[in-house]
Write a protein of this length. Structure first.
Length: 291
């Protein structure tokens, strides 16, 4: 099934939100992933309103205290409440994941669209540059860019976004190559529509579903990358809380205070699992071949 545009030419594959939502609701794994993401997102947004201690407040009488009624998840090496830092750290991790992927999509999709639609030397130049980036490991590229830009959360997001961009260039190009030969695209060309109109009105809507799925899965990778950069001192800078920087401090106290490592590690694990489960569910829900 296809939707009919203003010109009478089919413009997009019929993937109505209600149909996709019904399929997504039937996927228990996707719902679990969505619930995990929603839980951490609500905590991150509501952090300023929650009755928790200042994440940067130190207490020399509560250094490396085990979990208790006063400090539910224990304290760190200078007496800061780990629960508070976990909640505030969720802001950095989720923001880094979402914004870095947004950067990758905003830059990568247009280049992939142009390369796939026009072909020729334009496609060759964009494809060769993309392949050069893909030849380098994602995390190594992100570390190199973050080191070049300087240590900060903003620069870490830019580095991760640029490192993930080639994935979306290649994905979009491949999808466009298969869509641009469809009859409705040929019909749009035959009535004299400009290439920009054809790409935005008739091609992009038909290739956007796999891009959404890839973006969801890439958020999980970006969160791990942000934690890695913060662990190396290239992401969120102290004393601002970040799950990666918390792990960096905690590695020195694995035997004396194992809870310092356990909670950030569990949080990263759960959020990554949540985005992977949701991405798998979206892939099934948006797949037109699935009933």
């Amino acid at each position: 099934m296809t939707a009919i545009g203003e010109t009478g030419i089919p413009s997009a594959v019929d993937r109505t939100p209600s149909r996709a939502w019904r399929k997504l609701k039937a996927n228990k794994g996707a719902l679990v992933g969505l619930a995990i993401i929603a839980f951490f997102a609500i905590l991150a947004v509501a952090a300023p309103l929650l009755p928790i201690p200042d994440p940067n407040a130190t207490s020399w009488s509560a250094i490396r205290k085990a979990p208790s009624a006063t400090h539910w998840l224990g304290t760190d090496d200078i007496g800061r409440d780990i629960l508070s830092r976990m909640i505030w750290g969720a802001q950095a991790s989720l923001m880094a994941g979402v914004f870095s992927v947004a950067i990758a999509v905003v830059i990568g999709v247009p280049f992939g669209l142009i390369a796939g639609y026009f072909g020729g030397w334009i496609d060759m130049v964009i494809s060769r540059i993309t392949e050069a980036f893909l030849a380098m490991p994602f995390l190594i590229t992100a570390i190199a860019l973050a080191a070049f830009l300087g240590p900060s959360l903003t620069n870490a997001m830019i580095a991760i976004g640029l490192s993930a961009m080639p994935i979306f260039v290649r994905l979009t190009r491949g999808q466009v190559l298969s869509v641009k030969t469809e009859e409705y695209v040929e019909g749009a060309r035959s009535i004299g529509l400009r290439s920009s109109s054809i790409m935005t009105r008739y091609i992009l809507p038909n290739v956007f579903a796999p891009i959404i799925v890839q973006a969801t899965l890439t958020v999980a990778t970006a969160i791990i990358a942000e934690a890695s950069l913060s662990f190396l001192g290239l992401g969120q800078q102290p004393p601002a809380p970040s799950w990666g920087s918390m792990l960096n401090v905690a590695k020195n106290f694995l035997s004396q205070a194992p809870w310092m490592t356990m909670w950030p590690g569990i949080a990263i694990f759960l959020v990554v699992i949540g985005f992977n489960l949701l991405g798998d569910g979206l892939r099934d829900a948006l797949d037109p071949r699935e009933a």
